[in-house]
Design a protein around this ligand. Structure first.
Ligand code: NAI
Ligand code: MG
Length: 497
């Protein structure tokens, strides 16, 4: 561990906070206190204690931020040279890397995840800016053959002001996932981080400013979903809304956007299956399934939260997986255990309720199943890595997103049965397939209804790969070149000559 990280950790454990944390909104290129002068606290899930406060915004702050974004779109950023946008975004990637240690420590404190996980998130955010920096000056359109009497072209323009509503599970990398392509396309942005994890998005806005982004091109307004998120997504000057979060809030966001006929990208929940066939590399699959559900304490929209496994290998697989789950260490994220905290008390209660209900229904708990605290301090919000075995297809443990370290196991009698089970929910975000038979793998990949399919490595892919869901998991794709499309509109210009 570097000396910078060590010093930050020592400072935190000595003072229960860090010096120099952002506390205001970032609007029009500067820090701005909440119009109503109100603030809220953010908690360290690893201790369960508040460690910083931040601006509790409202509609007035949203108004200022949207006005600034609108001005920057009509001016410096929207009308600027694509090559200059590219340079600014490259410098932002470098700025993120230069601040990576501090960002990762703050992300760990705000969210509860492990330091290694936060460091990986910061690296992926830098990569997103680098990737879209390279695309900013390559948004080429088409020429359309209309015969000798016409010249026709279709060009891509930025849609305008975009709103980004971000959840608490990946606060920094999800902010980067929307901002980088939006800015690359020449759009401007107003971003609302989750009230549980507001800090790193504010730091990102400051990094973008130092990288040369003009005032107003990226604004961050903090506060609750009702007081900041709702007026933001309903604002008539917002032309596209990028939302990641729950299905219920996604519906509300889509309704609000409908009034303005503005477009939306919805990245919602999941209940993604991992289909393990008997002929797979079982050792490798056990490790992969373990991290597909227990990474980030299971708080991942695309977590592999269902194991669909062939009966002939089911008993042995579950026994070995349970043994591995029981070995995992848990604790404050800054001590870098295998699994960090649950990001909020509310979420911990939700997870506990699911598991308690399973117990009363005599479902077999093959591992975990209990709330925990940090073994060193006796504090914080933790849940043991949990395995619930042999769940019926219509059970709520199969149908509903728990969003925690809880894996539901479903036993399949054949590959056809496995496919039916895999497709047996209203979600369609991701799916894993484990087999040595490439024909079986590709047939399942063809037939499973999901936005991303991972064969023999869960979460395979990178910033280059389009990401998003089908059905209740949402629509629209982020990442990859497709991630730019939401931020562009096509203009056809045709001349008779
Ligand atoms: P949420 O969907 O309510 O919150 C996500 C974001 O939306 C936050 O920034 C929140 O302030 C904002 N928001 C809330 N109400 C809004 C509104 N009316 N208009 C605009 N923005 C609004 O999710 P919540 O309550 O934090 O978590 C509930 C469940 O949602 C979790 O248990 C999990 O199942 C799911 N979830 C899924 C995520 C994903 O990555 N797909 C991320 C976070 C939660
Ligand atoms: Mg927090």
């Amino acid at each position: 561990m570097s000396t910078e990280t060590q010093a930050l950790i020592a400072e935190y454990f000595a003072s229960d906070t860090l010096a120099g944390l952002p506390r205001d909104h970032w609007i029009d290129g500067q820090w701005l206190a909440a119009s109503a002068g109100e603030s809220m606290e953010t908690f360290d899930p690893g201790t369960g204690k508040a460690f910083a406060s931040f601006a509790a915004g409202d509609e007035q702050d949203v108004e200022l931020a949207v006005a600034a974004a609108d001005k920057a779109w009509r001016g410096a950023w929207g009308k600027g040279l694509p090559a200059e946008r590219s340079r600014v975004l490259y410098r932002a990637a470098e700025g993120i890397r230069a601040n990576a240690e501090r960002l990762a420590v703050i992300e760990t404190l705000d969210n509860g995840k492990t330091l290694s996980e936060a460091q990986a998130d910061v690296r992926s955010a830098a990569r997103l800016f680098e990737y879209y920096a390279g695309a900013a000056d390559k948004l080429q359109g088409d020429t359309i053959p209309m015969g000798p009497d016409y010249v026709s072209q279709a060009s891509l323009e930025p849609v305008g002001v975009t709103a980004h509503v971000i959840p608490w599970n990946y606060p920094f990398s999800t902010a980067a996932r929307g901002l980088a392509p939006a800015l690359a396309a020449g759009c401007t942005a107003v971003l609302k981080p989750a009230e549980q994890t507001p800090l790193t998005a504010l730091l990102l806005a400051e990094i973008l400013h130092r990288a040369g982004l003009p005032a107003g091109a990226c604004n961050v307004v903090t506060g609750t979903g009702n007081r900041v998120g709702a007026p933001l997504v309903a604002h008539p000057k917002v032309r596209h809304v990028t939302f990641t979060g729950s299905v219920e809030t996604g519906r509300r966001v889509m309704q609000a956007a409908a009034r303005n006929i503005s477009s939306v990208t919805l990245e919602l929940g999941g209940k993604s299956p991992m289909v393990v066939l008997a002929d797979c590399d079982i050792d490798a699959a056990i490790e992969d399934v373990l991290w597909a559900i227990y990474s980030n304490a299971g708080q991942i929209c695309s977590a592999g939260s269902r194991l669909v496994i062939e009966r002939s290998v089911h008993a042995e697989f579950v026994e070995r997986l349970a043994a591995r789950a029981n070995e995992l260490t848990i604790g404050h994220g800054l001590k870098n255990p295998n699994i960090g905290a649950i990001s909020s008390l509310e979420q911990l209660d939700k997870i506990s309720t699911f598991v308690e209900d399973a117990r009363t229904r005599k479902i077999k708990v093959a591992a975990g199943g209990t709330r925990l605290t940090d073994p060193d301090s006796g504090r914080g919000w933790f849940f043991a890595p949990t395995l619930l075995d042999d769940i019926r297809p219509m059970d709520r443990l199969v149908q509903e997103e728990i969003f925690g370290p809880v894996l539901s196991v479903q036993v399949a009698d054949s590959i056809e049965h496995a496919l039916v089970l895999a497709n047996g929910t209203e979600f369609g975000l991701a799916a894993g397939i484990y087999t040595r038979d490439i024909t079986k793998a590709l047939r399942l990949a063809r037939d499973i209804d999901a936005g991303q399919i991972y064969i023999n490595e869960y979460f395979a892919g990178g910033v280059e790969t389009p990401f998003g869901g089908n059905r209740l998991s949402g629509f629209g794709r982020e990442k990859g070149l497709e991630g730019l499309r939401s931020y562009c509109r096509t203009k056809a210009v045709t001349a008779r000559i």
